[in-house]
Design a protein around this ligand. Structure first.
Ligand code: EPZ
Length: 416
């Protein structure tokens, strides 16, 4: 259990780099077993989910070496095709390995960690994708079991733009004979990143970023190098931190276009947001104005991962905000903890109604998921007194050193 201690009231100031993207690097790590050549990744963030992914790759037989933010993967010896609960329990999104293991071995057994803090995590769309590509795909208890003599190119119609199912389809389709077209694909920047990586590996692929992705062929190249894109939710986290604490913060190495929905919301709240080539600066002076309504949607809509983070900034804004969470069933668990800090929030199904209060006070609260935990830390920055966030390890799954980044900007924060 980590315990985060935040003394509220300190404004933030300074410049800080944005870490490599968790949600981009995880599918890239899985896709590295598509070839027998070496893959060298840089700007790999130091996260527990990355550690878990590297552990899985080693268990599958890969040789892994890591130095700083560089990771070298030699997938030639990889032969495993089963990921037991002991491996997948460490990382919620272990399903991300399904397409790669099936593509490499012709079969896969992936134990699922089941529902997580955000609600049930069904995998029906992942099964649909594998069946469309010609595999037998069934659930056996909590295991996904797939096998395919040969994967065949197909037209895949996703009824919902699932990020993970789109990624699994892109990866598995690289091993399929013939062309695959994914209709209704997710459009997130992490999808575009994965296409870039797969192309670097030798895929003939196009359309990522739109709802139609075409995978024509895969001719593996030798020794692939790839630098991981910046983490857009990590960037959104630091911008919302400044909105909570007040101050003047500049993010370096971020992709402003990836977080336009978040910077638009912060600007609407009265923050000054300056967008540069690959930098974003936010200046927050005085009390912000509530954004009114925030509706989470698949990209390019407002990202569900930033919903808890913007809520933290809305807690003391002038006026009310209605948050509508359309992606996950249980993504307001941070609300009750924020109420312990003096926030005025009522949740009902997919809606959370926030009425801005003058100020929050420090409290002893519990992190119940990754972004909710980060949001409680952010709320503590603007609260009076000390906030203690008990965290069973959620925040470090997604942030390289959130305490280090915030402390470097002047926050009075410690973790043990
Ligand atoms: C990815 O999760 C991200 N995780 C999530 O970030 C992010 O919130 C989510 O995409 C949406 O943007 C990673 O990239 C590792 P989905 P994923 O499949 O792929 C339902 C974070 O905080 N669904 O797009 O699991 C599902 O239940 C994490 O960094 C099905 O019904 O998201 C959910 O309601 C949290 N059947 C919705 O779709 C399926 O087969 C979105 O899921 C698959 C998903």
């Amino acid at each position: 259990m980590s315990v985060w201690r935040i003394q509220g009231g300190e404004k933030l100031a300074g410049m800080t780099p944005v870490q490599g993207s968790k949600n981009a690097v995880l599918p890239v790590l899985a896709a590295a077993i598509l070839t027998d050549s070496e893959t060298e990744l840089t700007n790999v963030p130091a996260l527990r989910d990355v550690d878990a992914s590297l552990h899985i790759l080693r268990k599958l037989g890969c040789n892994i070496s890591r130095e700083g933010d560089s990771v070298l993967i030699d997938a030639a010896p990889a032969a495993g095709c089963e990921l037991g609960r002991d491996l997948t329990g460490q990382m919620r999104s272990s399903v991300i390995f399904l397409g790669a293991v099936l593509a490499r071995s012709g079969r896969a057994r992936i134990a699922l960690p089941g529902g997580c803090e955000l609600g049930p995590r069904p995998v029906d769309l992942h099964l649909q994708v594998m069946r469309a590509l010609g595999a037998q795909a069934e659930m056996e208890g909590d295991d996904i079991v797939c096998r395919a003599e040969k994967l065949r190119g197909a037209h895949i119609d996703l009824p919902f733009p699932s990020v993970g199912a789109t990624e699994n389809a892109m990866i598995a389709a690289c091993a399929a004979e013939g062309t695959t077209v994914i209709h209704g694909a997710a459009r997130e920047p992490e999808i575009v990143e994965l296409q870039g990586f797969l192309r670097a590996m030798g895929a003939v692929m196009s359309g990522a970023g739109t709802d139609r992705i075409v995978i024509d062929a895969f001719r593996p190249k030798k020794h692939v190098t790839w630098s991981v894109m910046p983490d857009r939710i990590g960037a959104a986290t630091l911008l919302c931190a400044c909105a909570c604490a007040g101050g003047d913060v500049e993010l370096l190495g971020s992709e402003p276009g990836h977080i336009a929905a978040v910077t638009d919301a912060l600007s609407a709240m009265g923050a000054r947001v300056d967008i540069g080539e690959n930098r974003v600066r936010i200046i927050c002076r005085g009390r912000l104005t509530a954004p009114g309504r925030v509706v989470t949607r698949p990209y390019p809509g407002f990202p569900t991962d930033a919903q808890p983070l913007l809520m933290a900034a809305a807690l003391t804004a002038r006026g009310g905000t209605v948050f509508e969470e359309n992606i996950f069933d249980r993504r307001f668990r941070h609300a009750s903890q924020m109420v312990r800090m003096g926030a005025d929030i009522r949740t009902e199904g997919r809606l959370a109604v926030v009425r801005g209060v003058e100020r929050l006070h420090g409290a002893h609260v519990l992190a119940e998921d990754l972004r909710g935990g980060a949001a409680l830390i952010l709320a503590g920055l603007g609260a009076e007194g000390e906030t203690v966030v008990e965290d069973p390890g959620h925040v470090d799954r997604g942030y390289e050193s959130l305490d280090g980044a915030l402390a470097a900007l002047g926050a009075h924060i410690g973790k043990n």
